[in-house]
Write a protein that binds this ligand. Structure first.
Ligand code: ADP
Ligand code: MG
Length: 735
């Protein structure tokens, strides 16, 4: 038995959506290959294979046999690929229009017919063969594999024109066929450029200190653990921790946020960000593709795997398209007996406009989104976002800063505990409660746990190491601290542990009333009042118990994110019908936050309750978006149609947690995302409508004999150009 590995290899020569399928089949056919994914815009294949059974050379041969190629060396980033400048684009588009007009005029004045008559046919034939050689070769290759490609039909059209001796027509058709290829390649390349622009931001070199010497090296040579030095104005080449220095860092490459942040010792910094002022010495933790930025690029490159539903439909249609056109051409010939009209039908069809319509717009949007802090892992999610009508919001860490502070600590009245720590308990029972709670919370990653630890640290309380730590999602934690079974959590956990909260009367109160007991009763009442007051203020209460005794209550308050109310209002303005706050926190805390957002809420939820609520909305036919921080709401994010994780701490967890990540905790990104999704889908719909209209009109005119083959050939690039121009808007718009 042997292990499967995943490799990635660039693929060259894919110009059309059907190409990815050819390459996929070629590679998948090799034995030892478990699975293949081929990405058109990223020009690459991701292959899971058994390295003992298949070698790269075999893959290279298979790809070559299919008519594509695996370059010898991987292209290194953007620079190796020459880009046609924008001015060049305009020039070529202008030239195209001029030629088009010339052809229309020429056809009108019957210039071609007289040329046709003046020059003998054999010479014309040679010209046609020479001009169309690469196309005919591709058609022949495809035919050998039993495939019919778009060019196959056009070649038939050329042959039809030649049968009636119209070699000038055939020559022009061939010429436009090649112009069409160019336009198509250009359109595909345009989508690629968006991704390439993104990868161009990846760092190439690093200055590393080894054995006391500084040296500049390519990024591939840097290892985790290396000490990296970054000077003012330079790019941070790795993800890592600052060990020395102080600097302002521009993190726009990752978060899309222009405002720089301060970074000093112990700060986490990210590859592809820039040091504006100051110096940093950084201990590399992750390098190259492992870095946050590396993962962003990979996710954008592979986003096309998550196809939108409209694209699946378009693809399914594209598969039927060629047979339909062939049938229509046959019908035209049978009914009208006109080889030229038949040729026009065969030529006017360009199956690629359908195939291009969706992916070009999607790739443009996804790449543009990544640059402004919106990481979208597939066109599918843009489509779902565009029609989302229910938005569910997780409270802690998402609408709140997620950095709750301990505001109050109240010790229970008969806090006889801890007997083995009499001093501390006598002098400061509240510190004892806090210390015990912080010890139990030591390994919890919940924001409230961090608050408790921070409060303990601020009072310099020495923490104990908990044993048998257990996190109870949505409830709290349990652990063995210094031999005591300690529970820290919400009222629900308190009830579940069979403990009585301060709201209920103390059972011991019923005993004989001595002076001492009376005093304790009064204390108990004061305790209950204090806790009730805290709860009424909307604070989160953590009940701390040890070995079955309630020791005290810690109140924690979180601050609302400033921009959350405005963002929620913006979502509502965008027409999202239902927005709701879901939280595991108690009623009052939820009510306070929900009131600030002006949305309904449900409180006291366990993680599985949140999943159930998402499912209920889905069952009622809604498209549900769930926004969370990805830390403790991952299951609900996964259940929603689109889970959006907001990067709160570092940019790390959110990236993997959900189909969409907001790379900085900026609530305004949420409405921006929805707007972008809708704009993308509008562009996609226009693209598809355009392709459909073109085909219906073009095919009808051709079949009826109103469209001479020359003009049919000239027109076949129009939908591609239209789609390209329409989709390019998505790269520019930033609204
Ligand atoms: P939210 O829905 O607000 O994100 P969670 O589901 O994460 O909340 O948690 C719900 C409640 O459970 C918290 O408000 C808190 O009272 C309690 N809780 C969760 N984890 C812990 C913990 N580690 N320590 C104490 N209490 C916790
Ligand atoms: Mg949460």
């Amino acid at each position: 038995m042997s292990a499967l590995v995943t490799i990635e290899t660039p693929i060259k020569g894919m110009d059309c959506a059907e190409c990815t399928e050819h390459v996929r089949r070629a590679i998948a056919g090799l034995s030892g290959v478990a699975s293949v994914e081929v990405f058109l815009a990223a020009e690459k294949a991701v292959i899971r294979l058994d390295p003992s059974r298949v070698e790269l050379s075999a893959i290279r041969e298979a790809v070559a046999a299919a008519g594509y190629s695996v370059p010898e060396t991987a292209p290194s980033g953007a620079k190796s690929q020459p880009d046609l400048g924008r001015r060049m684009d305009f020039l070529l588009a202008g030239l195209f229009v001029v030629v088009l007009l010339a052809v229309i005029v020429g056809e009108g004045l019957a210039v071609f017919a007289s040329v046709n008559a003046a020059i003998p046919l054999p010479i014309g034939l040679i010209a046609v063969l020479a001009a169309g050689f690469p196309v005919f070769r591709n058609v022949a290759r495809a035919a050998r594999r039993g495939q019919i490609i778009a060019h196959t039909l056009m070649t038939l059209g050329v042959i039809a024109a030649l049968t009636v001796g119209q070699w000038v027509t055939a020559l022009l058709v061939v010429g436009f066929m090649r112009v069409g290829d160019y336009v198509e390649r250009f359109a595909t390349d345009h989508a690629r450029r968006a991704i390439r622009d993104l990868s161009a931001l990846a760092p190439q070199t690093a200055r590393v200190e080894r054995d006391g010497r500084e040296m500049e090296m390519p990024i591939a040579a840097v290892r985790p653990g290396d000490l990296v030095i970054v000077r003012p104005g330079e790019q941070i080449p790795v993800d890592g921790e600052v060990v020395a220095g102080q600097a302002t860092v521009d993190q726009a490459a990752i978060t899309g946020e222009g405002l720089p942040v301060e970074a000093g010792p112990a700060a986490h910094v990210y590859a592809a960000t820039f040091v504006r002022l100051g110096h940093l010495r950084i201990r590399a933790a992750r390098v190259g593709p492992e870095t946050t930025f590396g993962r962003v690029i990979r996710l954008v490159e592979e986003a096309e795997a998550q196809r939108a539903h409209v694209q699946q439909i378009a693809d399914r249609f594209a598969a039927w398209y060629l047979p339909i056109v062939a049938g229509l051409a046959g019908l035209t010939f049978l009914l009208r007996g006109d080889p030229l009209a038949t040729a026009a039908v065969l030529v006017v069809a360009c199956s690629c406009s359908f195939a291009l319509a969706t992916p070009i717009a999607m790739v443009a949007s996804i790449a543009a989104g990544a640059r402004r802090g919106l990481l979208i892992k597939g066109g599918r999610y843009l489509e779902l976002l565009a029609r989302a009508d229910v938005v569910l919001i997780d409270k802690t860490g998402t609408v709140t800063l997620g950095k709750p502070q301990v505001t109050d600590v109240v010790a229970a009245p008969d806090c006889r505990w801890p007997p083995d720590e009499p001093d501390m308990a006598r002098h400061d029972p509240r510190s004892a409660v806090l210390r015990l709670a912080a010890s139990a919370e030591r390994y919890s990653e919940h924001p409230v746990a961090e608050a408790v630890r921070a409060a303990a640290q601020a009072r310099r309380l020495p923490l104990a190491d908990p044993l048998d730590f257990r996190a109870l999602p949505g409830l709290g934690v349990q652990a063995l601290v210094e031999g005591k079974r300690v529970t820290v959590g919400n009222r629900r956990l308190l009830d579940a542990s069979g403990l009585t909260g301060p709201a209920s009367p103390d059972p011991r109160e019923g005993a004989a009333v001595s002076q001492e007991h009376e005093a304790r009763g009064l204390q108990a009442a004061a305790f209950t009042d204090a806790v009730t007051a805290l709860e009424r203020e909307g604070k989160t209460l953590l009940f701390v118990a040890a070995d079955g005794d309630l020791l005290g209550v810690i109140a924690v308050a979180d601050t609302l994110r400033e921009d959350a109310p405005a963002a929620v209002a913006a979502l509502r303005d965008l027409g999202v019908r239902h927005i709701e706050l879901l939280t595991g926190d108690h009623e009052r805390a939820a009510a306070t936050m929900a009131a600030a957002l002006a949305v309904p809420y449900r409180a006291g939820l366990l993680p599985e309750d949140k999943i159930r609520i998402v499912r209920e909305y889905q069952a009622a036919g809604h498209t549900v978006v769930m926004i969370g921080d990805g830390i403790n709401d991952a299951p609900a994010l996964a259940q929603a149609d689109v889970g959006i994780a907001m990067a709160t701490g570092g940019s790390d967890i959110a990236i993997e947690a959900a189909p969409v990540a907001l790379m900085r905790p900026d609530w305004m990104l949420a409405p921006a995302l929805l707007r972008m999704a809708r704009r993308t889908m509008r562009v996609v719909k226009i693209n598809l409508a355009f392709a459909a209209l073109y085909n219906v009109v073009g095919l009808s005119l051709a079949a009826l004999g109103f469209l001479p083959p020359v003009l049919a050939a000239a027109a076949q690039s129009l939908p591609d150009l239209g789609i390209l121009g329409n989709s390019a808007r998505l790269l520019r718009d930033r609204g």
